[in-house]
Design a protein around this ligand. Structure first.
Ligand SMILES: *[C@@H]1O[C@H](CO)[C@@H](O)[C@H](O)[C@H]1NC(C)=O
Ligand SMILES: *[C@@H]1O[C@H](CO)[C@@H](O)[C@H](O)[C@H]1NC(C)=O
Length: 342
């Protein structure tokens, strides 16, 4: 992650090339199969020496588990919001170079610092990132879900490693925003529903989504995370990376090297930097979180290359009512029979 590539989507490029479907609600096929939760033992010992230590969600984890049935209100309470913000500030501080006070590129980061981060897999292959938003729902990008059958998808969570550790959960069904357009990437948001509810822990926690229709201030730090490519045409990360980047005003983003017509100010926002080799999201980070002050503000969506000067990354704007209402409509659903109306 956090450096470079040369296609339009921060994911395996064949997925958006193959798919030209637009306006489709549920792309990944529903199939009946036996739900199964795998538990894989975490090999934590070697992790300790190379990751940030002082971020700690263990106090929140127990409470979140107790408040599982009312998790969205729990996450929205002032006290819990403050607790998330405090942990976020700690991670932010550790990502900024102490000597130069400058932003540094991606760093090895324990899942315990970003416990909402998941790795979405198709069969055994990691295809995208995602964020836990409730005990049953994972938020990701629409373009991550277009090709896959839900029976081929699974989610790895609670691990700092891309390909082992943590827990694996099967996918019941996935949903693509009905107004997602693959050609333009507008409304690039999708949801994955798990078969069985998650057990929250200091390494597996939901994050609160940004409030509806709030304006995102520009030139503010935010944190992106994922296991995407480490540089231009290089290999992807095996250990979770995170990095600070800055939100960019739409006016400035439109003046960047990106095609100004390609940026939809309603459903997208830009973040990154105009200088070369600064942190950026990259191929494989797609669908993953961008967090500001402990709140999920967006989803890694697309870009042009990674960390090339003058090409900021583009993110799905979760506060956009068309997106926000659709997401909330699904994740607050309690009765299966409501599904038809969504
Ligand atoms: C990050 O983690 C990888 C995988 O364990 C390791 O090879 C690398 O040395 C680590 N980098 C740093 C800067 O600690
Ligand atoms: C969160 O709480 C605020 C009041 O603090 C309220 O206005 C808002 O509707 C709540 N949001 C959700 C998603 O419950």
């Amino acid at each position: 992650m956090l450096r470079s590539f040369h296609l339009t989507v921060f994911q395996n490029s064949y997925i958006h090339k193959v798919n030209r479907h637009t306006e489709i609600t549920t792309m990944c096929l529903r199939e009946v199969f036996i739900p199964f939760v795998y538990f894989v033992y975490v090999l934590g010992a070697t992790e300790k020496d190379k990751v940030i230590q002082d971020v700690d969600y263990s106090g929140l984890a127990g409470e979140a588990e107790l408040n599982k049935n009312d998790i969205l209100n729990f996450l929205n309470s002032t006290r819990v919001r403050e607790m998330y913000k405090m942990q976020y500030e700690r991670l932010l501080a550790s990502l900024v170079d102490v000597e130069t006070r400058r932003i540094v590129a991606g760093r090895n980061t324990s899942i315990a610092s970003v416990p909402w981060q998941v790795s979405l897999r198709e069969k055994t292959y990691p295809i995208c990132g995602g964020s836990i938003v409730t005990d049953l729902w994972i938020l990701t990008a629409a373009h991550c879900l277009l090709r896959a059958r839900s029976s081929d998808l699974s989610v790895r969570l609670g691990s700092s490693w891309k390909t082992f550790g943590g827990e694996m959960y099967d996918v019941r069904e996935c949903f693509v925003h009905p107004r997602y357009v693959s050609k333009t990437k507008v409304n690039d948001v999708g949801l994955v529903e798990l078969y069985s509810p998650l057990r929250f822990s200091p390494r597996v926690l939901p994050i609160r989504m940004v409030a509806r229709d709030v304006r995102l201030p520009s030139q503010q730090p935010a944190i992106v995370s994922g296991w995407g490519k480490l540089k231009a045409s290089g290999a992807s990360a095996t250990f979770l990376q995170s990095s600070t980047i800055h939100t960019i005003a739409m006016k400035l983003c439109k003046r960047s090297g990106l095609d100004r017509k390609a940026i939809d100010p309603a459903s997208m926002f830009c973040a990154g930097s105009f200088s070369q080799n600064s942190p950026d999201a990259c191929q494989g980070d797609s669908g993953g979180p961008i967090v500001r002050e402990g709140v999920l503000i967006g989803v890694v969506s697309w870009g042009l290359g990674c960390a090339r000067g003058n090409f900021p990354g583009v993110y799905t704007r979760l506060a956009y009512p068309v997106i926000w209402d659709w997401v909330m409509g699904h994740i607050t659903r309690t009765d299966k029979s409501d599904k038809a109306s969504l």
